[in-house]
Design a protein around this ligand. Structure first.
Ligand code: 5GP
Ligand code: ZN
Length: 136
């Protein structure tokens, strides 16, 4: 038996407000939403984070997240939507079953995802070079 809370939700051991399900992907309302209609999109098979989620499954999750993003605007009256994913404890991940957050914005909240800081051109060049090399 699984100890993962999201696996338990998929298995029906823990109730949830389901919004979507197919062969590989499941989506349900977050129990502690940043706004009404905050949805979590998860793979049905257990993966910890983006890093061990196979590309084809992540692609399917992304397509579902996109459909839900459009749906919260068309059907819930959201004026905008944020898509987010916390990967790793340092990034704020609490549940270690990969999930994409779809967060509707209604224009009346003070929810802020991040605050950017100034950076130096040579620092950005160095970082970009390192990433370009690794991504070749
Ligand atoms: P994380 O910080 O790991 O990216 O986000 C985990 C999310 O899962 C949180 O937003 C939290 O509110 C949600 N969550 C945790 N436990 C449950 C649960 O039992 N049911 C539902 N629907 N959401 C949960
Ligand atoms: Zn799981």
């Amino acid at each position: 038996m699984s100890t993962c809370i999201f696996c338990k939700i998929i298995e029906g051991e823990i109730p949830c407000s389901k919004v979507y399900e197919d062969v590989d992907v499941f989506a349900f309302l977050d129990i502690k939403p940043v706004n009404p209609g905050h949805v979590l999109v998860i793979p049905k098979k257990h993966y910890e984070s983006i890093h061990d989620t196979p590309n084809d499954i992540f692609a399917k999750m992304s397509v579902v997240a996109k459909k839900i993003a459009t749906s919260v605007q068309d059907n819930l009256g959201a004026k905008g939507v944020n898509i987010g994913m916390n990967n790793g404890k340092t990034a704020g991940q609490v549940v270690f079953h990969a999930h994409i957050h779809v967060m509707p914005r209604y224009g009346k909240d003070s929810f802020q995802l991040w605050i950017g800081e100034e950076s130096k051109t040579d620092e950005r060049t160095k970082i970009a070079k390192a990433l370009q090399k690794a991504l070749k």
